[in-house]
Design a protein around this ligand. Structure first.
Ligand SMILES: [Zn+2]
Ligand SMILES: [Zn+2]
Length: 343
């Protein structure tokens, strides 16, 4: 089968012919229908791999084969599924109750990092990581839900907001755009902040009540707070930072109301810094969320289907496109999720 692999010797993604996997104990063999590029894939490509590794951890597809130990789990051959991107976790320990990355067996592996990834015609995935796609979500377009979408949903859902309250979304690219859609569908009022007018226009068209360009408008913090007009405790009820820029994190405390929540989503390489006194006296609370664990997926998937949440995608028909997608992502040129559809 064909797979798009990061080749550490050539420092680029090449399409190689590799053996088709077979499902291990408790696994399904999946025929991929779509796979998409996520920012974290760049983290894998920056790691010291000894040999080419198939990249990608966002996928959706059809069950092609079921290992005997994965039978009678409510799935059948031919069914469309999505899945989290971790294999070989125990699903029982305290680590797996938080995120399967933390499985205390230390044996869990991540697609595209230390397990063959999903930019491939087939992949073996753990049955416990799968969810049946509702009919509204086609496997051909749903890969971006299975990291980006679920992450955006959880990060909005965990902001502890009531309908009518204000959420500021800093960074309105891929995940931020999804967050705008989820937040509006949950009944929140949304301010989008970004440095790119084209991205802000998309956020506005997806329902943001107002948008501000933090690069071209030096007064955007005051203007955003005036726009929200919350009374003397000025600022948003929650601020979710989807950007990975340190400057984006610096702008979060002045935008959040006293006692509000700052949601950590974007991952600056240098980490994030908050004022200890602010945290100690509750000026704001800092939280984080991510894809979470398989048993949390259903709420996100049901909500996505019910409210017709759709990521902005650009589709490609061949794995040959992956290297170009990666190059454009590295240059910061992408405004839409890049999806390979397998035909
Ligand atoms: Zn991801
Ligand atoms: Zn575990």
């Amino acid at each position: 089968m064909k797979a798009a692999q990061w080749d550490p010797a050539q420092q680029k993604v090449v399409v190689n012919e590799v053996p088709k996997p077979s499902p291990g104990p408790g696994q399904f063999l999946i025929r991929l229908a779509s796979a998409s590029l996520c920012h974290s894939d760049l983290m894998s490509m920056a790691m010291p791999h000894e040999k080419p590794i198939t990249i990608g951890h966002e996928g959706a597809g059809y069950i092609e084969e079921i290992d005997p130990a994965a039978e009678n789990k409510g799935f059948k051959v031919g069914e469309g599924v999505g899945f989290t991107y971790i294999v070989n976790y125990c699903d029982e320990c305290e680590g797996c109750a938080v995120h399967n990355n933390h499985c205390l067996t230390k044996k869990s592996r991540v697609h595209g990092f230390d397990e063959p990834g999903l930019f491939a015609e087939y992949a073996a995935v753990d049955a416990t990581s799968c969810i049946t796609l509702p009919e509204e979500l086609s496997p051909e377009t749903s890969s971006p839900i299975f990291c980006g979408g679920i992450t955006a949903f959880h990060c909005v859902d965990s902001c502890e907001l009531q309908p009518g309250q204000w959420l500021v979304i800093i960074g309105c690219g891929g995940l931020g755009q999804l967050a705008v859609q989820y937040a509006k569908a949950m009944g929140f009022k949304v301010v989008g902040i970004d440095i790119n007018d084209e991205i802000l226009a998309t956020a506005k068209s997806q329902g943001a009540d107002s948008v501000f360009n933090s690069r071209s408008n030096p007064n955007y913090i005051e203007e955003a707070k005036d726009f929200m007009d919350r009374g003397p405790n000025k600022g948003a009820d929650a601020v979710a930072v989807f950007s990975a820029a340190t400057a984006a994190y610096k702008s979060a405390p002045p935008l959040v109301k006293l006692g509000g929540i700052i949601m950590v989503v974007g991952l600056p390489a240098a980490g994030v810094t908050f004022d200890a006194l602010d945290i100690a006296r509750g000026t704001y609370r800092v939280k984080g969320d991510s894809t979470g664990i398989p048993r949390r997926m259903k709420k996100a998937i049901d909500f996505t289907a019910k409210h017709h949440i759709k990521p902005e995608i650009e589709t490609h028909k061949s794995l040959d496109a992956v290297n170009g997608m990666v190059e454009r992502m590295k240059k910061g040129e992408l405004t839409k999720r890049q999806v390979v559809q397998f035909v």
